[in-house]
Structure formats: C-alpha cells, structure tokens
Write a protein that binds this ligand. Structure first.
Ligand SMILES: NC(=O)c1ccc[n+]([C@@H]2O[C@H](COP(=O)([O-])OP(=O)(O)OC[C@H]3O[C@@H](n4cnc5c(N)ncnc54)[C@H](O)[C@@H]3O)[C@@H](O)[C@H]2O)c1
Length: 261
C-alpha cells in the first residue's frame, strides 16, 4: 500500500474507537494527522499518547455539527500546513427508535452529527483541496445505510444519506483532482456497540457474519488508509463494505440453509 508520508489528514471523531484507530494508522504511515473530536479531554490525551510514541498528531476540538467550529479548525490547519490532503468524516452517533418512537430531539441530534457533520466537513475542506487540485475524502457510512433494521430509524436515514452525498460530491469534485469514497463498516468492536454487547445482541449477530466475528477498528483503518492513498488513485464515488461478509447475502427473512435446487 502507498504510504501517507507528509500527507495532512484531518479525522473527525478521533478521540476513541475507529477514528482513533484511523489516526494512529495514518500517523504510523507517515501522515501529519489532525485529530478532532467533541470530547476534548479524551482527544488531547490520545494525541499526546501518539506524539509520545513519535507520531505526528495534533488535536483540535471540533463538534462536527457546528459550522463555525469547522471554519476555525480548518483555518488553523491551513495556516499551519498550507493544505489538507485527506479528510475522514468518521464522527457518528446512534440514538435508537423506530419510525414510531423517534422524537424530533433524536432526529435532529442524529442528523446534526452524522449527516450535517459530513456535509460541513466536505463543504469546509473541499475548497482548499480545489485550490490544491488534489485531495481524498473518505466518509464513514454503515451497512445500516444499505440494509434496514426496525430500530435506529434516524441513524439509518443519515447513513443512507452519506452514501449519496459522497457520490454527488465525487461527481462535483473529480474534475478538481479530488476523490470521494464511502466505507460501510459492519459491526465493529467499539464503545458504539457497548449497549448491544451488554444485552447479548452482538453474540446473536455474530452467527450471521460469514467470517464469524465482529471487526476490529484497525481492520476498518486498513480500508480508510487505502482510499486516502495514491493506491486508490482511480477510485472515486465507490463504496467499500468492510463487514466480514455480513451483507453479502440476505440480511432478512431468507435464513434457510436448504438449497432450493
Ligand atoms: N461500531 C460499529 O459497529 C459501527 C458500524 C458501522 C458504522 N459505524 C460508524 O463508524 C463511525 C465511528 O464509530 P465508532 O464505532 O468509532 O464509535 P465511537 O462511539 O466509539 O466513537 C465515535 C466518536 O465520535 C465522537 N463524536 C460524537 N459526536 C461528535 C460530534 N458532534 N462531533 C465530533 N465528534 C463526535 C465521539 O466523541 C467519539 O470519539 C461512526 O460514524 C459510526 O456511525 C460504527
């Protein structure tokens, strides 16, 4: 895989979980990593840990749903480094509820982070990539943006939206030398699924994953790094599913193992 040596990469939600794994992997690959998160204490602590390990990582407080904060952070990075080569829109939240019990508060909160946040990220960073005539954007959706479940109605709305936002952006930005791609993780072992884990729901789902286990954050990082790198120079508007095979077949009612022939 191509390295990310000296590439300036901005990652949202990098204080823990997958975003932190992406930050660590990108920095280990030579990138100048700009870690951002709404959780400032945790983000600072993790960026310090990476710097102590000899990696190039800087933390910025950023609530992705706040346009003003995006402008402040991006201006700061441009002032310091003159460019942003890669953007990973990773921050996300999930608040449950079916179509019947999703409140306006839940809806607005989830849309604000997962959908508005991705839009603001692309809208704030892409003009600088246009000036540089190069850049790579990776947006994190979910297998739940492609196949539905009854619960997490608002979450699925945002993840479906991220897929189409990425494709539309890929069409608009390609001529400026910018690639935009989407990753659809399946179940990944982070705090994000802690509640389901505690309720035993993950153990039930594992039986439906062909590889037979949930994923590790670092396994998603491999895909993120590839799409950021020159190794993916002819890939744009694409969706990369990283789910251990979960959605390769039917996720719904066709559970029979009897061969219909
Ligand atoms: N874990 C999974 O099984 C799974 C599966 C599919 C997709 N995803 C997606 O992967 C991404 C990363 O999730 P994760 O598993 O690392 O979850 P996580 O909960 O461990 O981490 C999410 C991070 O986002 C940050 N964040 C939350 N709101 C924010 C905001 N307003 N502004 C900036 N940062 C904010 C949190 O502080 C946290 O550091 C999310 O977009 C999520 O929807 C996760």
């Amino acid at each position: 895989m191509s390295s990310l040596t000296d590439r300036v990469i901005l990652i949202t939600g990098a204080g823990r979980g997958q975003g932190l794994a992406h930050a660590e992997a990108a920095a280990a690959s030579g990138a100048i990593v700009q870690m951002t998160d709404v959780d400032g204490e945790r983000g600072e602590k993790e960026a310090n840990r990476l710097r102590t390990a000899g990696l190039d990582a800087t933390f910025h407080h950023l609530d992705v749903s706040d346009a003003q904060e995006w402008t402040t952070v991006v201006t700061d990075v441009i002032d310091r480094h003159g460019r942003i080569d890669g953007l990973v829109n990773n921050a996300g939240i999930s608040l449950g509820g079916t179509v019947l019990d999703t409140t306006p508060e839940i809806w607005n909160a989830v849309i604000g982070v997962n959908q508005v946040g991705v839009w603001l990220g692309m809208a704030t960073v892409a003009p600088h990539m246009v000036d540089a005539r190069s850049g790579a954007i990776v947006n994190i959706a979910s297998t739940l943006g492609k196949f539905a479940s009854e619960v997490s109605f608002a979450y699925q709305a945002t993840k479906g939206a991220v897929r189409m936002m990425s494709k539309s952006a890929a069409l608009a930005l390609g001529r400026h030398g910018i690639r935009v791609n989407t990753i659809l993780p399946g179940l990944v072992d982070t705090d994000f699924i802690a509640k389901q884990k505690a309720a035993g729901a993950i153990d039930q789902s594992v039986g439906r994953i062909p590889i037979g286990r949930i994923g590790e954050p670092a396994e998603i990082s491999e895909a993120v790094l590839f799409l950021l790198s020159d190794g993916a120079s002819y890939i744009s508007g694409a969706e990369l599913v990283v789910d251990g095979g979960l959605i390769a077949g039917s996720t719904g009612s066709l559970k029979s193992k009897v061969d219909p022939k």
